[in-house]
Write a new protein. Structure first.
Length: 135
């Protein structure tokens, strides 16, 4: 359970997996863009049956990533996605818990370092800037 904290693994439950969820976020969400990224956020309305058969609302945001072949080859796209997942794990506590997030990479986004990615995402999501720098 402790791995679900701010720096734990990127679990299956942390991902937008279903195309219906992606469509819902893209259709109803708030879209913000920079030269490198497009970020779309929407309220998460997930209801899940718990072990007792009761419907429970999950208060945990999820991340969806889209990086087309225009961004680069598989190595470049996968590097971008790893950086984005690392950012999400580290900054999840600063995000509202009930927001689903879709990040669409643009060609220039693949060249961003982790610090640059942090700066762009914080700006697009209107989050306060991080205090310390990362190595």
């Amino acid at each position: 359970m402790s791995s679900e904290g701010t720096t734990g693994r990127f679990l299956r439950s942390d991902r937008l997996l279903d195309s219906r969820d992606f469509r819902r976020v893209l259709r109803r969400g708030r879209r913000r863009a920079s030269a490198e990224l497009v970020v779309v956020t929407a309220d998460s309305r997930r209801i899940v049956n718990d072990s007792k058969g009761l419907n429970t609302s999950l208060e945990r945001g999820r991340l969806g990533i889209t990086a087309s072949r225009k961004v680069g080859n598989a190595v470049v796209r996968n590097r971008f996605k790893r950086r984005l997942r690392a950012w999400f794990r580290t900054n999840r506590s600063d995000l509202p818990g009930d927001v689903d997030l879709v990040v669409i990479a643009r060609r220039a986004g693949a060249q961003l370092s982790l610090d640059q990615l942090d700066t762009r995402l914080r700006g697009l999501l209107e989050m306060p800037s991080a205090g310390g720098s990362r190595g």
